[in-house]
Design a protein around this ligand. Sequence first.
Ligand SMILES: NC(=O)C1=CN([C@@H]2O[C@H](COP(=O)(O)OP(=O)(O)OC[C@H]3O[C@@H](n4cnc5c(N)ncnc54)[C@H](OP(=O)(O)O)[C@@H]3O)[C@@H](O)[C@H]2O)[C@@H](O)CC1
Ligand SMILES: [K+]
Length: 539
Amino acid sequence: MELVTAEEMRRIDRHTIDAIGIPEIALMENAGRALADAVVRLVRRTGWHDMDAILLEGSKEPDAGEAGWGGGKPWAVLVGKGHNGGDGLIAARHLALRGVPVRIIYATPPEELRGEAARQRDIAERLQLPAGVYAPGAVDWSAMGGIVDALLGTGTGGTPREPYAALIREANASGLPIVAADLPSGLDPDTGQTADPCIRATLTVTFGLPKRGLVQYPGAEAAGTVLVAPIGIPVGLAAELGVSTWLLTPETLRNVLDADPDAPRQPDGHKGTYGHVLVAAGTRAMSGAGLLCATAALRSGAGLVTWAVPELLAESLIGAQPELMLAPVADGGRGDWLAADPLEVAAMAARRDALVVGPGLGRVPGSGVDGRGWLRRLWEALPPELPLVVDADALNHLAEAGDFAAWPKRPDATVFTPHPGELARLTGLPARDIQRDRIGVAREYALRHGVTLVLKGARTVVADPFGDVYVNPTGNPGMATGGTGDVLAGVIAGLLAQGYPATAAAALGVYRHGAAGDRAAAKRRSPASLIAGDLLAEL
Ligand SMILES: NC(=O)C1=CN([C@@H]2O[C@H](COP(=O)(O)OP(=O)(O)OC[C@H]3O[C@@H](n4cnc5c(N)ncnc54)[C@H](OP(=O)(O)O)[C@@H]3O)[C@@H](O)[C@H]2O)[C@@H](O)CC1
Ligand SMILES: [K+]
């Protein structure tokens, strides 16, 4: 399923209306009716499974409680002056038809509505649906059963102006369930940033295609449960018009990335069929990072995994995970990578199918005799076609090198797996700015540097070197704990060794890693007690 910006949605709407000929009013009628249908189901608790709308992957099932919402009281339908308001007016009409009482509350004088929204205002008036214009403090919210937020949609920008802002604040403070039309008013549809104020919805019914902002935090939280309602947009049109951002679902993995998450193992396969990973990770202080990473590579299905460690550690790690092979690297007796020769690691990697470097790597020499750092010497010595995952400390070394843009390009699979702090060091941008537009920043970095970028954090973003982006819905806050990143790096390396192309390996790895976290969290009393090792058994 594609994820769209407001501008992309406008182009898709326009094409549907102008080139295909479906009248705008038909799209709007479908939108308003789907919105009403969702409210009716919450009021009557009639269930979701036969609804003509899709629960967005990663969204919780809507919960109308024991009694259903509203207690028979009227629903306040908040109407803005654009088409989003038009959707709300259509929903109000369908709610009334289905026996749910409504009160229309215009944010601005109804004379200001234009186009299709004005037509809907006139229809509502002729049907004598109860309506009034908002005045601060004048609405008795305790008399209402719930709220439909049809104030601001994809045509708006910036912080809501008055009187919208005051109305949004009152709606949020009412404690009533809020169902948002298309997106919560105050949400930036492209980035997921929430304005002050922004509607806190219990449920968002988004029209045609999900907007990007609904799947990035804090927007994902403001939106609550997200239902995607079909309104008549032809299947395939988004792709035809060049939309290149997807929600990472099993269908996306299968149909866009040719990476079936349930692909069976070959019946006649042997360990050589599934590739050999070299993990260069771990020091005396952080051997666990290497162990998690290497074990995760095994669990991802790789045929063989060799764990390269500073020599001093090797003895004590024997048997730590019996399926792993250990490859001691000369370390001058230090137990870290400071004295290790990157050329030795490169030579080991050249005999394997993928290399992951970084987890628990600790310090490495900043610059060699010829002015080139440890990591760059490794980078240049590796066979260019060898799939490579660069994680954690290795990313920090790359950032410290400062001249990555001038490093020789690797033509084949190179995957970087930074969290926002690491990407901040790589780009020089404050982490806050990265979080403000995760999709945009990740896409630009991947395009510019010709790598596949995995920007970690809630709703991980995978950006490939050609401008395509995937947003992962799996995972949970319990995974915000040390070591889960090491597991992810190992999984991706394992998939690379099995022959998946970089984007497919990164996307499938991220999806499975999050799903493993969800299974592990479900087994515990609280997600907070999840530790990275729990993920290994669930991969
Ligand atoms: N196109 C289609 O076929 C379909 C579209 N559909 C629906 O249309 C929605 C998009 O409708 P839209 O383009 O009319 O924009 P919308 O968000 O309702 O508001 C525009 C108004 O907001 C105002 N405004 C702007 N910024 C503001 C601010 N910060 N604070 C306060 N006000 C602000 C701005 O006023 P102005 O600045 O011009 O005075 C303008 O009048 C879309 O989300 C979906 O719900 C569906 O029916 C399916 C078919
Ligand atoms: K809205």
